[in-house]
Design a protein around this ligand. Structure first.
Ligand code: PAF
Length: 279
């Protein structure tokens, strides 16, 4: 396994692999790996000849009052996990290399970037789309792996990939959960024991209401979930939305495949989760 810090060097390596007929998989991450990340890496190692994992805590996707500085960076442990899982290259650029002061180009996915999480984190998806575009260009990836916990992110990346004619195929990967149901997230490490046990309610509530999607009206399903979410002590709901799984448009009675997506604060930690609902 090679650790590469220079974008041009990785791009040259990627071109060489493509020329030799290798297919390249990219797992874009901000590090602080949990089993959700490992599941993405495993998929790429299985599907692709070459697996590149990027570890980059991307400053331009964090708002001024967000957790950029405190975001966990257990680099040594992350590298051990990559090695153990047969990653070929780890790309770990510096902030200055990715976004020097002179950087002036940003990618926006209009409308999709402004709803749900985007309504509360206005620059977030512009930062994500921009860094992912750069990573696609640097890695020349045939496939890139994204977890479905960040469902809105996944849809935005899919749209961006189509609109900008990237050759990279997006591979959506299922949410990985603890036995308790809690969706794995690097931010779970911010939770105290008490907050963690409160946060288990989120997935429980989603699971419960998803069952009722077939028989009850959307309004009734949403109302029930919101009422239950509101009752979690020490919590605040940013949003709870039932949207089309295809394009994040608001679900209606004709929507066959929907996603119930929520963002809920437990104490000072913002958690997102979602569940698929089918008719
Ligand atoms: O999901 C993440 O970890 C990040 O948003 C991503 C896709 C690596 C971009 O920084």
């Amino acid at each position: 396994m090679k650790v590469i810090r220079d974008a041009l060097q990785l791009q040259k390596i990627a071109f060489k692999h493509l020329k030799e007929g290798d297919e390249i998989g990219l797992v874009p991450t901000m590090g602080a790996f949990h089993n959700g990340h490992v599941s993405l890496i495993e998929k790429s190692v299985k599907n692709d000849d070459i697996t590149i994992v990027s570890i980059f805590v991307n400053p331009i996707q964090f708002g001024p009052d967000e957790d950029y500085l405190k975001y966990p960076r257990p680099v040594k442990k992350d590298l051990e996990i990559c090695k153990k899982n047969h990653v070929d290259y780890v790309f770990m650029p510096s902030v200055n290399d990715m976004f020097p002061k002179a950087h002036k180009t940003f990618v926006e996915v209009k409308t999709l970037q402004d709803i749900m999480c985007g309504a509360f984190r206005p620059i977030h998806f512009r930062g994500v789309a921009t860094v992912v575009s750069k990573l696609f260009n640097i890695s020349c990836a045939d496939r890139a792996y994204f977890g479905m916990k960040d469902f809105q992110q996944l849809k935005i990346i899919e749209k961006m990939t189509k609109d900008l004619n990237f050759r990279t195929k997006i591979v959506p990967c299922p949410i990985v959960r603890e036995k308790s149901g809690l969706a794995l997230s690097s931010r779970n490490s911010y939770l105290s024991d008490e907050e963690k046990s409160l946060s288990l309610n989120i997935s429980k509530i989603l699971k419960e209401v998803a069952k009722e999607f077939k028989n009850k009206s959307l309004t009734a399903v949403k109302k029930k979930a919101v009422n239950k979410l509101k009752k979690i002590p020490n919590s605040k709901i940013d949003y709870a939305e039932i949207v089309s799984a295809k394009d994040l448009s608001p679900a209606d009675k004709n929507t066959k495949k929907a996603v119930f997506a929520v963002a809920v604060w437990i104490g000072k930690t913002r958690l997102i989760d979602n569940t698929k609902m089918t008719k």
